[in-house]
Design a protein around this ligand. Structure first.
Ligand SMILES: NC(=O)c1ccc[n+]([C@@H]2O[C@H](COP(=O)([O-])OP(=O)(O)OC[C@H]3O[C@@H](n4cnc5c(N)ncnc54)[C@H](O)[C@@H]3O)[C@@H](O)[C@H]2O)c1
Ligand SMILES: O=C(O)[C@@H]1CCCCN1
Length: 322
C-alpha cells in the first residue's frame, strides 16, 4: 500500500503558480469540453446558511480529456469583509483519476477568484462583437479587482471604470490599477457607453438598467447573493434585444429557475457559442454571460497549478518533469 501523503498547496503557493497564459486556455477548454459532454459535473450542492448570511457549496467534476478529477468545497459569507477575511473561501481536493486516491489538497480561494475572471474573459471573447475600448466594473472587491487584471491581460481596453458602493474601495482599486482606471461615484455614468460590463457585487437589487446600455454591450454578471440574478434589472432579461448565455445549462435550470419560470430564455452555454460564428451568437444587441461558476473550471485550474508546481520542483532538483 502506498504511504505517500497528499501534497498541501497553500493559497500563497497557488497564487505564485497561477498564470493567465496557462489558466485562460485551460478554462476555455473546460467550457468547451463541458458543452461537448466530455465532462461529468452534476449541479452543485448548495447549503444556504441564512442566519449567517452565508452558504456552503460542494462542487465535484471530472474532465475526461484532462483526466482531472476533483471536488471544491467553497463558502460564501457576505459579512466577512468586516472580519478581515475574503467573502469566498475554497478548498480543492485533487485526486488521481485512475484510482481516486487523493493527490493534492489545495487552498482554492485564489483559484476561485482567477478562474471566474478567466471564464468571463472566455465569454467576452466568444460573445462580444465589436470594439473593446471601455470596460466598466461594478464592485471593487476580490472579483472586481481580478476581472480588471484578467481583462487587461487579454484585451486591449483603453480604459477601465470602477464603481463601488463604498467609494473609497473604488478609489483604492483605481490607484492600484494606475492611469488606465477611473473611479465613478455614479453607476449610470460608469456603465453608459461601456462596451463590456462586469457586475461583481452582493447587491440584492439591480445595479444596471437597460436604458444605460449601449447597443452591442456585453455584460458578465458574476454576483451570487441571495440568488444569482439580482444585479441586472428585469427589463434587461425581458428585452427582445438581449441574449443570455450561461456556463452550464443543467445548473442554470436549477439556480436560475426563477428567471426561466418568468419566461427568460437561456440561449445556451458559452462552450456551445464557441462553435458558432460571431454573427450567429450576436443576433441581438446585448449579450449577457450569466456566470454561475463551474467545478470543472476549478479542477482544470488545480491541474494547471499542480503541473506548474511539479515543474518547479523538478527544475529545482534539476530533473526533467514527466
Ligand atoms: N460566478 C462565479 O463563479 C463567482 C465566483 C466567485 C464569486 N462570485 C460572486 O461575485 C460577487 C463578488 O464576490 P467577491 O469575492 O468579489 O466579494 P467581495 O466581498 O470581495 O466584494 C463584494 C463586493 O460587493 C459589494 N457589495 C456588497 N453588498 C452590496 C450592495 N448591497 N450593493 C452594492 N454593492 C454591494 C461590495 O462593495 C464589494 O465591492 C459575489 O456575489 C460572489 O458570490 C461569483
Ligand atoms: O463557483 C464558485 O466557486 C462560486 C462560489 C460562491 C458562489 C458563486 N459561485
Amino acid at each position: 500500500m502506498s504511504s505517500q501523503q497528499p501534497l498541501f498547496l497553500s493559497d500563497e503557493t497557488v497564487k505564485s503558480l497561477l498564470k493567465w497564459e496557462t489558466l485562460i486556455p485551460a478554462v476555455e477548454g473546460a467550457m468547451r469540453d463541458l458543452s461537448k459532454k466530455d465532462v461529468l459535473q452534476p449541479p452543485r450542492l448548495i447549503l444556504p446558511i441564512p442566519s449567517k448570511n452565508g452558504a456552503l457549496l460542494a462542487m465535484p467534476a471530472f474532465s475526461k480529456s484532462e483526466s482531472a478529477l476533483g471536488c471544491k468545497i467553497v463558502t460564501s459569507f457576505q459579512n466577512n469583509q468586516e472580519k478581515g477575511l475574503p467573502s469566498i473561501m475554497g478548498t480543492i481536493l485533487f485526486m488521481d483519476s485512475d484510482t481516486g486516491k487523493l493527490k493534492v489538497i489545495m487552498e482554492g480561494t485564489e483559484i476561485t477568484a482567477w478562474r471566474t475572471a478567466a471564464a468571463s474573459v472566455v465569454a467576452t471573447k466568444h460573445l462580444h462583437v465589436g470594439e473593446k475600448k471601455v470596460l466598466a466594473i461594478l464592485g471593487a472587491g476580490t472579483q472586481g479587482r481580478i476581472h480588471a487584471l484578467a481583462m487587461r491581460h487579454y484585451f486591449n481596453f483603453h480604459e477601465v471604470r470602477i464603481w463601488n458602493r463604498t467609494e473609497s474601495r473604488a478609489k483604492a482599486l483605481c490607484s492600484e490599477l494606475g492611469s488606465w482606471a477611473t473611479h465613478y461615484s455614479n453607476k449610470e455614468r460608469c456603465v453608459r457607453d461601456a462596451d463590456v460590463i462586469v457586475t461583481a457585487t452582493y447587491s440584492p437589487t439591480p445595479i444596471v438598467r437597460l436604458s444605460w446600455l449601449k447597443p452591442g454591450a456585453h455584460i458578465n454578471a458574476i454576483g451570487f447573493g441571495v440568488k444569482h440574478h439580482n444585479e441586472l434589472e428585469d427589463e434587461i432579461y425581458k428585452s427582445e434585444s438581449t441574449v443570455v448565455w450561461v456556463d452550464h445549462m443543467e445548473a442554470a435550470q436549477k439556480e436560475l429557475a426563477e428567471l426561466i419560470n418568468n419566461g427568460v430564455r437561456m440561449r445556451g452555454e458559452v462552450g456551445q457559442a464557441m462553435t458558432l460564428t460571431h454573427a450567429q451568437t450576436q443576433s441581438s444587441n446585448i449579450t449577457v454571460f450569466h456566470s454561475l461558476g463551474m467545478a470543472v473550471e476549478d479542477v482544470v485550474a488545480a491541474k494547471v497549478v499542480f503541473e506548474a508546481h511539479k515543474e518547479k520542483i523538478d527544475a529545482a532538483n534539476n530533473r526533467p518533469s514527466n
